[in-house]
Ligand binder design. Structure first.
Ligand SMILES: Nc1ncnc2c1ncn2[C@@H]1O[C@H](COP(=O)(O)OP(=O)(O)O)[C@@H](O)[C@H]1O
Ligand SMILES: [Mg+2]
Length: 265
């Protein structure tokens, strides 16, 4: 089982959008996939039309008294399950802080799922605190969306420092999120990060198809597979598979690499 955390200090940069799309691409590639929504806003839960209610709340879920699979919901998609979040996840930080080894909690909870899933994707709430420490201890790769802005690379440096402190050697894959090639600053940032090996080759352009996900509750890679954002997510997923030595076991329904048209919505 490989665990991918979509994480970072900032909110509103495209973490949930990436987690939701990567999860469905993982399942389409044949991997038994679990998407764990760790954000009290429950945006990933909403995108998969799941009920945002966790019995007993975050403290019971993280308390470890019941196995994690008791909370798992099936989605409309083959091989894709979801662990939903609800507003009680606001207190995850304080719940973890009361534990003796807060950083080990997530890893321990996930261990029994090892035989049931090939890929787990963690959609993290923004922040670099105790939850993220626990996430880092549990995951094999951190995926970090970075919006093209002068301070963007600085925010990646901060994340990298946090990773190096808490989980030295853990691979980090950043990607430019919400890229708008019409903007000079965005083009400059793209040039700036070219050659920075922390960045994926894939970029995810700004696109209304991603914005519509919140309304339509269908991942953009399925709703608008030809859109350039969908192409970006497919390329990103291919890079994630590569980093994790994951072999796709099915020919995905959709071509993972080549765009069939070049539409930016
Ligand atoms: N590539 C994109 N193009 C356009 N809008 C996007 C894109 N990615 C994310 N968004 C929008 O930006 C907002 C924040 O995205 P979200 O994925 O929720 O960020 P985070 O999880 O980092 O807080 C949402 O309204 C989402 O629809
Ligand atoms: Mg989010």
């Amino acid at each position: 089982m490989r665990v991918v955390a979509v994480a970072g200090a900032k909110g509103g940069v495209g973490k949930t959008a990436a987690a939701v799309n990567l999860a469905v691409l993982s399942a389409a590639s044949g991997h038994r996939t679990l998407l764990w929504d760790l954000d009290p806003q429950g945006a990933a839960t909403h995108c998969y039309r799941a009920r945002a209610k966790v019995k007993g709340g975050a403290s019971r879920l993280l308390g470890g008294k019941r196995d994690l699979d008791a909370y798992v919901r099936h989605t409309d998609h083959d091989r894709l399950d979801l662990l939903p979040a609800d507003p009680s996840f606001r207190v995850v930080d304080s719940v973890l802080s009361t534990r003796r080894w807060p950083d080990r909690v997530l890893r321990k909870l996930l261990r029994p799922l090892d035989g049931a899933y090939d890929v787990v994707i963690l959609d993290c709430a923004p922040g670099l605190g105790v939850v993220t420490e626990s996430v880092l201890a549990a995951c094999d790769l951190v995926v970090a969306p970075i919006v093209p802005a002068p301070l963007a690379v600085r925010s990646l440096d901060q994340l990298q420092e946090f990773v190096s402190t808490h989980r030295p050697g853990l691979p980090l894959l950043a990607f430019l999120s919400m890229l708008d090639e019409r903007k000079v600053l965005h083009r400059q940032t793209r040039t700036q990060v070219r050659g920075d090996r922390r960045f994926a080759l894939a970029v995810v352009p700004v696109s209304s198809s991603v914005e519509r996900m919140g309304m339509e509750q269908v991942p953009a890679v399925l709703a608008s597979p030809n859109n350039l954002a969908a192409v970006g997510y497919r390329r990103l997923w291919a890079e994630v598979e590569d980093r994790l030595d994951l072999e796709p076991t099915r020919t995905p329904l959709i071509d993972l690499t080549s765009p069939r048209s070049a539409e930016v919505g």
